[in-house]
Design a protein around this ligand. Structure first.
Ligand code: NDP
Length: 448
């Protein structure tokens, strides 16, 4: 079987690849298994050196990688460059983290107690199409740092950057078999990785629905899983906030990556006394978002990933549209920036749209803001805008979500933990926390 890879901004094929099945997946697992003893035995300083070399190669090839990602995902080139920059930072961070993730000695009677951090073995990494290279690096960095070997399955829609990264991994002299990329359908290749007896752990990012199946499939072999799933995050704007700043930032918290972002603050909760003023400012700011050719330096939002996905996104927009922007004519899976007025019971406020659609929801006071923000099965990210520091912290503690920002909408840094509460998943990526998910604690007692 062959797989045609499409540029969503032109609807034209940009590559044709052989599609892997169960046999190729098993072969990749076998290569990773064979490479494991050697990779685990590489000294921490040499492993760090190899990861640092990979980070440097990513920097040296950053423009090429950004162009691949921009063409395959339809993301604006400026955003793609920033993402590739983060990929290099992530590998630099984990190169430096290797010898800082160590065991303990614990006081016990009759001897000495030590803990070791052991590698798991072969890990399967399953990645979505919205941030293909970035999310791959969040998993590869800690998995490699801990001494695991890897089978990486990118989404079928966006495999090109992972394939190029695999070449750079070999150029960095990370041994053959340590990282294996398999391109094939999730229900075949992904499912096989989830059930394979020689795979010790699955690091999965994707929808809550598929994540549920991954967790069920992993139960058969008691596989470890990390699940980074969907979100329906709230951007909570209090009347005492700097409304101009909050409104200027809000569009980019939903429309970045055309809304195809698990952290999208797609519910904008606004205190009723500031609602009219904030709405005006938000419409003005949304009107200014530059939608168009991803190759243009000034473009801020590109198309959606596919025609099928555009149909899903469109199904969320009906009455109560406050504002809808423009899109280019001609080919491409375009969808305009859209603001709708809603209640938290409306479908647009309950389900993940994964497109450039934001729901504005008024609230009466702090208590109601917390109630509405938490009234969702998800709990990934969110923002709080207020000039009252005590309130900011009070609300931050009350929100059931893994990643919050105060007077900002940023969620992700190489050095800080990222992951969800509730049905947004469990386990943490990035920062030192991610290393815990790719290693096992071994406890050893020595009688003295
Ligand atoms: P999917 O869950 O459909 O796919 C994610 C990955 O899983 C893809 O590689 C897919 O392969 C694979 N897959 C599909 N079916 C199976 C299966 N049965 N067994 C194993 N693997 C399978 O998500 P999308 O790609 O549509 O991505 C969008 C979703 O990802 C959104 O819900 C979003 O919120 C979430 N997401 C979460 C993030 C987070 O960190 N929390 C970050 C980014 C996205 P293929 O596509 O090749 O069939």
């Amino acid at each position: 079987m062959t797989l045609a890879v499409i540029n969503p901004a032109t609807e034209q094929p940009i590559a044709e690849l052989d599609e892997a099945g169960v046999e190729e997946t098993d072969a990749a697992v076998a290569r990773a298994r064979a490479a494991f003893p050697g990779w685990r035995a590489v000294s921490p300083s040499d492993r760090a050196r190899l990861l640092r070399r990979l980070a440097t190669l990513v920097e040296e090839h950053s423009e090429e990688l950004a162009r691949i990602e921009s063409q395959n995902v339809g993301k604006p080139i400026s955003g793609a460059r920033a993402e590739v920059g983060m990929v290099a930072e992530v590998f630099h961070f984990y190169a430096g983290a290797i010898d800082k993730h160590h065991g303990e000695t614990i006081p016990v009677a009759g001897g000495v107690d030590l803990t070791f951090r052991e590698a798991l073995g072969v890990v399967g990494l399953i990645v979505p199409w919205n941030f293909p290279l970035n999310i791959s690096s969040w998993k590869l960095g800690p998995a490699l740092a801990c001494g695991n070997t890897i089978v990486l399955k990118p989404a079928e829609l966006t495999p090109l950057s992972a394939l190029r990264l695999a070449e750079l991994i070999l150029d960095a002299q990370i041994p053959e078999g340590v990282v294996n990329v398999v391109v094939g359908p999730g229900r075949v290749v992904g499912q096989r990785l989830v059930e394979h007896p020689d795979v010790a752990k699955i690091g999965f990012t994707g929808s809550t629905e598929v994540g549920r199946g991954v967790m069920q499939g992993a139960a058969g072999t008691i596989k470890r899983v990390t699940l980074e799933l969907g979100g329906k995050s709230a951007n909570v704007v209090f009347a005492d906030a700097d409304l101009e700043r909050a409104a200027a930032a809000a569009p980019y918290a939903v429309f970045d990556n055309a809304g195809q972002d698990c952290c999208a603050r797609s519910r904008i909760l606004v205190e009723r006394s500031a609602y009219d003023r904030f709405s005006e400012l938000l419409v003005d700011a949304t009107r200014r978002v530059r939608v168009g050719d991803p190759r243009e330096e000034s473009t801020e939002m590109g198309p959606l990933i596919s025609a099928e996905h555009r149909t899903t996104v469109a199904s969320f927009v009906g009455g109560n549209t406050l504002f809808q922007g423009e899109t280019p004519d001609g080919p491409g899976y375009w969808f305009p920036c859209t603001l709708v007025e809603a209640t938290n019971d409306d479908r647009v406020a309950r389900e993940e749209v994964f497109g450039p659609v934001a729901a504005l929801i008024p609230f009466a006071d702090e208590e109601e803001a917390i109630h509405i923000a938490n009234d969702t099965p998800y709990g990934l990210s969110g923002s709080i805008w207020t000039e009252n520091g005590a309130r900011a912290l009070r609300v931050a503690r009350a929100l059931e979500t893994g990643v919050l920002s105060i007077n900002s909408n940023s969620s992700v840094r190489p050095t800080t933990p990222f992951g969800g509460f509730k049905q947004s998943g469990f386990g943490r990526e990035l920062g030192m926390h991610a290393l815990d998910g790719y290693s096992e604690v071994k406890n050893v007692f020595v009688a003295t």
